[in-house]
Structure formats: structure tokens, C-alpha cells
Design a protein around this ligand. Structure first.
Ligand SMILES: Cc1cc2nc3c(=O)[nH]c(=O)nc-3n(C[C@H](O)[C@H](O)[C@H](O)COP(=O)(O)OP(=O)(O)OC[C@H]3O[C@@H](n4cnc5c(N)ncnc54)[C@H](O)[C@@H]3O)c2cc1C
Length: 721
């Protein structure tokens, strides 16, 4: 039945009931006094026509429950008075469950879609909770007959709980309460008010009964924990509070926090302190981007009135600078610094040998066994090399090895159109390589909105990158001593194209490091995305072993690794008092192409996919004074807000320094500040940051109180008269 017809039917039924309620004063029938007065007559009906009376009673009960009409208590007492305990219980048990199911289904089909569309994001944790533990919660609510029956039916209809489960759990959960009320109905004369039925002692029993599912859940959890630890002997005492595996962003922050709160902590790093970010990731890539930008600026200097600006890229010097930058930042992550902070740093390969022991193969070949209360795994990720025939034999660069180049590749193929691929393709093109970027999907930066990807693509092309989107890499061949990548063009009738290259840089993603250090032996499970499976508190199936950063996902950023590290360290050290769930509500990120792309919260595409209602405000940076003066007047600020409100759902900025500009919106979202607050904040003139205020201004203009303004206009006109 179409939804409109269903709404009409429900509305008609509700009106009919309302009319009957008033016309026949039905409320008066659903009182204890009326029930007592009618008891003999009702019993006579049962005596005369038991089946018909039972059927009518059943129908009335189902209808009352389905329409959420108050009076379930009186009807249940009536069942006892009319049919006795056995039959009364049977009738009410099925009638109340069936009625509850109908109310549940009505809420689901009439309201759920609208409510989820409007409050989808806010309801996400509730939905997740219901999907995971809904049975326990519903059982608790049903066992304690104090929670309004009709409200539970309607609210549960808005959650993802399956109807069959709702029915079964409701019937089981309401049985005890129903029995008490039906039984009271059999002694109707003694009942003075419905409140008499639930004595404090009986209420206490119900509350205990209600707590039972939660207690049972805790016991099941405890038994599961015992089971996972069963085959591992627990040390009698521990030598340290925490061992952290990996000294990248996640590991360093975990160790830092542990040392700051005076815990005994050992940090083990098998390779280079600082991990990917310092040595192969954020730091070298941003240093390279800077040099590439300088080369581009020199080329475009005439646009700023500087003629004859000449620049020769000395690639070896560029790479020397990259390594100097790494060296300059290295002290922040060094063994010395962390040792001074109170962390024991071991340089060696760690292997978890039990939930409480980590074996470290030190650089000199010796082995040391560490015994610890808790472990944080922060082992990071490594570049994924796809199984493309011929690729291994021909050899390829990755984000791990590209920093070893000393000569600029003449012809470079970049495989992958994600953030790393785009940043590096643009940089190498600006430094003078002939770059071909190959992406299987129809656009680069697939996580971002199409218009964002289009702007980045335009800019890559403007820098000379030959962009082959919708191309699937098939194989690498060496023909006449020349390496070439053969790709299939999806939009050109599956034609094959051969792209000759001197170097191929593989940037198609990074795989979490999950093998070779004990996860397999301990049976620590992985997610389908091959990250270590953790709960919201970042615990693996062993509650004292945590995982953070790239190895745990769901994000692969330095700042998210550091953010998770705080939670993992605090939970590992203080979890016996309180554990915190990692908070992913406001996660920003940026891609440092030129123009930069920065985002926090929802993109437009995500909002549409998740069915979240939004209003879009856009401000074009081509209009911004400072951007015009700088010669960087391109890009936009795009803000998604709750319809009719200034609450921010997500922001995407494309433009010069977008990564920095985003900070204002990150703060606003984190602390619940709306666009009105941004608009009411003074922004220095002329800065790029003014783009944020102007975007808020666009929103305000669209929400100007038109009717009031018309009156104000009249007022001004009247003043002139
Ligand atoms: C080219 C590139 C550019 C990037 N740019 C950005 C950016 O601009 N912004 C951003 O936020 N992120 C960026 N990233 C991602 C960022 O580098 C990672 O998200 C971040 O480094 C993850 O930190 P982590 O602590 O999880 O892992 P890592 O930094 O990878 O650290 C893990 C460490 O664990 C060690 N280890 C692993 N196993 C063992 C073991 N058994 N025993 C001892 N040690 C072990 C490893 O040697 C490694 O040092 C970039 C990445 C790349 C590749």
C-alpha cells in the first residue's frame, strides 16, 4: 500500500476511535470501578459464549495495543476476571504482542524513513547499539512493566530491529508482568487501584528481573574474555604498564601519554622512529610539494609582473632538501626525546607472544622478553602493490622508496588517483617529469564530491599531467628495452593503451601491517578491510591489547592515529575505572594538491547516499579580495547545514591553504557553533580566512526574514513621508 494511503487509513482509524471514545465515553469503561461493576456481566458472557467472547476480547485488546490507546492495565485485569489465570494469560500474551507488533510496524512504515533522513547521523549510534545489543535492551524494557508499553512499541519501530525479533522478545519479556496483572484480575474484589498490584517488593522483583538480561550480558562478556585468555598463563606480576609496538604517530602519542601519567612504558620500533609520516609520508611529501610549488611559481612569475624569472630544477637538490626537512623534524620523534620524557625505547622487531608478553629482537640480534599489563599495537601500514602481471619484474616505486630518487624520472606513470597519487603526480609534473596518472575509477579523489574531483583534475591537467581516469592497468611489459604499462580504457570500447615509462609510482592504497608479529598466533581477528578488529574503545578481542592508527583504521591519517592513541593509552592505563569510546564525529582531512582540498563532516554525495536532509551554501573563492590579490582566485567553500538551521553537517574547501582554512569549521563543528557564530566573528581583512565568514554570510542571506524586511521597508518609506 502506498505510504499516503497508509497514512490516510491510520488517520481515519484514529479519528474513528476518537469519535467513538467521546460518543460512547469509552474512557469510563476502562476504569477499575467500571470493570468491578461489570465483572458479573462479563463473566456471564464468557459462560454463555466462551469462544465468541474470547475472540471479541482478543480483537479489542489487539486494536487497543495497535492504536496505542491507554487502558492496557484494565484490559489485562479484565482478562483475569473473565477468563481466569490460564486462559487470560494466553489471550493477553498473544494479543498484547500482536498489538505491539502492529504499532511497531506502523511506526516503521510511516515514520522511520522521515526520522532517519532527518536525524540519521545523530541516530547512527542508537541504530548501531540496537543492531548489536537490541535484544538485551528490549528484554529489559519489557521485563520492567514500568516503561510505557505503547512508547516502547513506537520507538522500537524507528530502529533497525527486525520485526520477528521484536515480536519474540516482547512476548517473552512481557510474560511475567502479564501473569501478575492477569492473576490480580482473578481477585478483582481485593484490588482497590492498579497501583495496589505492584507492591514495592513486587516492583523490586521486576527491576531485578529487568536487570537480569544486562547482568547476563556482562556474565557472557566475562566468560568470553575468560575463554580468549584461557590458554595463556597470566604472569603473577607485571614489569611494566604498557608496551607500545611501533613509533609512528599512533605509537609515539600512546607512549607520550603513558609517560606523562607516570606509567612504566616501553616503546618498540623496528625501523625508523617517527614511522611513515616523518620518513615516507606527510613530511617528505609536503617538502616535495613545496619545491614543486616554487618551480611552478617561477614559471608563472610573469603573471605577477616579474619578467625573466628563470628557474632550473635541480632534482638532486630538491631531494636533499626533502631529507634535510626530515632530519630537522626528526628530533621531535627521536629516541633521546622520548627517553627524556620517561619512555623506555627499544629499537628492534616486536612480536606478541602472549596477551602479556612481547618479545623484541634487538638490532644487535639479542632477544628481550617484555612482560606488560597492556599492549598498544601501532604497527601502521605499507604500500599495497597490486598483482599486475609484469609489475614486480619491471619494478616500481612506492611511497616508501620514491624518496630515494636522486634523478628526476623523465617519464613517470603514477598508478592511483587518490590523495597520495594526486599530490605526487602534480609535484613530479611541476618538477619536470612527463607524468601520466592512471586511475581505474571515472574520477580522481573518489571520496570527494564530483565538482571537487573535477577541479583537482583540471589543475592536474593544467600542470601537464596526462590524466587517464576510467583506465584499468592490465600489465607491465618491456618491449625493446622500454617499459610500458598497458591499460584498458573503459570508455573507449575497452581499447588498450600502452604508456611508456621510465619509472612507475604505485599509489593505489596502503595495507595495514597485520602479519608476522603475533596476531595470527593469538587469533586476533581482522575486519573485512584487513585492519585489526577493535571495539569502540579500541580493544581487540583481548581487552588488554589495543590497536590504533593505520593498522586499526577506519582512517589513515596522522591526526586520527594520534587521536586514537589518546583513547587507547588512557583506556589501557585507567580502563579498570572508566573506558572511553573513540570519538569520530568530527574528523578533518586535507589533500595537499594545488588547489588544496580539505573536508570535515559530510560531503554532498555522502549526505545524499545516507539520505540525510541538508541545505547547501556555497561561496566562490574567485570573489575573495585576498585570493584575487594573490592570483589564487579559484575554488570554493561548500557548507552543508541542517535545513532551516545554521548547524554544520559538513564542509569542503577547495583552494589555496584550504587545509588551514578548514580549522575554523572543525572547531565550530566540534563545539556545536553554527554559521551565525562564524558570521559574528571578526575576520582579519584581507585574509583567505574571510572565505569562511563569507560562506556564513551566504547562508544568512538565504535565511533573511523576508516578511520582516518588507515591514522594515515600509517603516523606512513611512519615515521619509
Ligand atoms: C606519501 C604519504 C603522504 C601522507 N600524507 C599525509 C598527510 O598529509 N596527512 C596525514 O594525516 N597523513 C598522511 N599520510 C598518512 C600517515 O603517514 C599515516 O596515516 C600515519 O603515519 C599513520 O601512523 P601510524 O602510527 O598508524 O603508523 P606508522 O607511522 O606507519 O608507524 C608504524 C610503525 O610501526 C613500526 N612497526 C611495525 N611493526 C613493528 C613491529 N613488529 N615491531 C616494531 N615496530 C614495528 C613500523 O616500522 C613503523 O615505524 C601520508 C602517507 C603517505 C604514504
Amino acid at each position: 500500500m502506498p505510504k499516503a494511503a497508509l497514512w490516510a487509513a491510520v488517520a481515519a482509524l484514529a479519528l474513528a476511535v476518537l469519535w467513538a471514545w467521546r460518543a460512547y465515553d469509552l474512557g469510563a469503561w476502562l476504569t477499575l470501578d467500571q470493570l468491578k461493576a461489570s465483572r458479573d456481566a462479563l463473566q456471564a458472557h464468557v459462560q454463555a459464549q466462551p469462544l465468541l467472547t474470547a475472540a471479541v476480547f482478543f480483537g479489542v485488546y489487539v486494536a487497543a495495543a495497535a492504536l496505542s490507546i491507554p487502558g492496557a492495565v484494565i484490559l489485562t485485569l479484565a482478562a483475569g476476571a473473565m477468563f481466569g489465570l490460564g486462559w487470560g494469560l494466553l489471550l493477553v500474551s498473544f494479543a498484547s504482542s500482536l498489538g505491539a507488533l502492529l504499532a511497531f510496524l506502523a511506526a516503521r512504515y510511516l515514520l522511520r524513513e522521515t526520522i532517519q533522513a532527518r536525524f540519521g547521523k545523530a541516530l547512527a549510534p542508537i541504530n548501531e547499539g540496537v543492531a548489536k545489543d537490541g535484544t538485551f535492551y528490549l528484554l529489559t524494557l519489557r521485563l520492567v512493566p514500568l516503561f510505557p508499553f505503547w512508547l516502547i512499541n513506537l520507538l522500537m519501530g524507528l530502529t533497525p530491529m527486525r520485526a520477528g525479533r521484536f515480536y519474540g522478545v516482547s512476548q517473552l519479556g512481557m510474560l511475567a508482568g502479564t501473569a501478575v496483572y492477569v492473576n490480580a484480575g482473578t481477585q478483582l474484589a481485593a484490588v482497590q487501584s492498579p497501583g495496589d498490584i505492584l507492591s514495592p517488593a513486587l516492583l523490586g522483583s521486576f527491576v531485578l528481573l529487568g536487570l537480569f538480561p544486562l547482568i547476563a550480558k556482562a556474565v557472557v562478556g566475562w566468560l568470553q574474555r575468560r575463554k580468549v585468555y584461557a590458554k595463556w598463563p597470566r604472569p603473577r606480576r607485571f614489569d611494566r604498564n604498557l608496551v607500545v609496538i611501533g613509533a609512528g604517530a599512533g605509537g609515539l602519542v600512546s607512549a607520550y601519554i603513558a609517560a606523562a601519567v607516570k606509567a612504566k612504558v616501553t616503546l618498540v620500533e623496528g625501523h625508523r622512529m617517527g614511522g611513515d609520516c616523518l620518513n615516507y609520508g606527510c613530511v617528505p611529501s609536503k617538502a616535495l610539494i613545496r619545491s614543486a610549488k616554487a618551480a611552478r611559481q617561477l614559471k608563472k612569475a610573469h603573471e605577477l609582473g616579474v619578467s625573466c624569472a628563470q628557474g632550473q630544477v635541480d632534482f638532486a637538490a630538491v631531494m636533499r632538501r626533502v631529507h634535510t626537512v626530515i632530519r630537522d623534524i626528526e628530533p621531535h620523534d627521536s629516541v633521546q626525546r622520548y627517553t627524556q620524557l620517561g619512555v623506555q625505547v627499544l629499537q628492534g622487531q616486536a612480536r606478541i607472544t602472549s596477551p602479556w608478553t612481547v618479545e623484541v629482537r634487538l638490532a644487535d640480534g639479542a632477544t628481550q622478553t617484555l612482560n606488560t599489563r597492556s599492549i598498544v599495537i601501532a604497527a601502521g601500514a605499507s604500500p599495497f602493490i597490486p598483482p599486475i602481471p609484469g609489475l614486480k619484474e619491471a619494478g616500481c616505486l612506492t611511497s616508501d622508496t620514491v624518496w630515494g630518487l636522486t634523478e628526476l624520472p623523465r617519464r613517470l606513470v603514477v598508478l592511483g588517483g587518490g590523495p597520495i597519487g594526486c599530490e605526487l603526480a602534480q609535484s613530479f609534473a611541476r618538477l619536470g617529469s612527463t607524468v601520466t596518472q592512471v586511475e581505474m575509477l571515472p574520477r580522481v579523489m573518489a571520496r570527494e564530491d564530483t565538482e571537487v574531483a573535477d577541479l583537482v583534475a583540471t589543475s592536474l591537467r593544467a600542470d601537464g599531467v596526462q590524466l587517464l581516469t576510467g583506465h584499468q592497468a592490465l600489465r607491465v611489459e618491456v618491449v625493446g628495452g622500454q617499459k610500458r604499462l598497458v591499460a584498458r580504457a573503459g570508455d573507449a570500447g575497452d581499447a588498450e593503451v600502452a604508456i611508456p615509462f621510465d619509472e612507475l609510482l604505485c599509489a593505489v592504497g596502503r595495507s595495514p601491517r597485520v602479519s608476522g608479529y603475533g596476531l595470527e598466533e593469538l587469533g586476533i581477528p581482522l575486519t573485512p578491510r584487513k585492519t585489526i578488529q577493535t571495539n569502540a574503545c579500541l580493544q581487540t578481542i583481548f581487552p588488554n591489547i589495543y590497536a590504533v592508527g593505520d593498522v586499526a583504521g577506519p582512517y589513515q591519517f596522522t591526526h586520527t592515529a594520534a587521536h586514537q592513541a589518546w583513547y587507547a593509552a588512557v583506556n589501557a592505563l585507567f580502563g579498570s575505572f572508566r573506558r572511553f569510546k573513540a570519538d569520530y564525529r568530527v574528523i578533518p582531512w586535507a589533500t595537499f594538491t594545488d588547489p588544496e582540498v580539505a573536508r570535515v563532516g559530510l560531503s554532498e554525495t555522502e549526505a545524499q547516499e545516507q539520505g540525510i536532509a541538508y541545505e547547501l551554501t556555497r561561496y566562490g573563492i574567485d570573489d575573495l579580495d585576498r585570493a584575487i590579490a594573490d592570483g589564487s582566485a579559484h575554488g570554493f567553500v561548500k557548507v552543508l547545514t541542517v535545513p532551516g538551521k545554521d548547524r554544520i553537517l559538513g564542509v569542503t574547501i577547495v583552494g589555496e591553504h584550504a587545509g588551514d582554512l578548514l580549522a575554523e569549521y572543525v572547531l565550530a563543528m566540534k563545539h556545536g557553533l553554527g554559521l551565525n557564530k562564524i558570521l559574528g566573528t571578526i575576520h582579519t581583512y584581507p585574509t583567505l580566512a574571510e572565505a569562511n565568514k563569507y560562506a556564513a554570510g551566504e547562508w544568512k542571506r538565504a535565511h533573511a526574514p523576508q516578511r520582516l524586511l518588507r515591514w522594515v521597508e515600509r517603516f523606512h518609506a513611512w519615515q521619509l513621508a
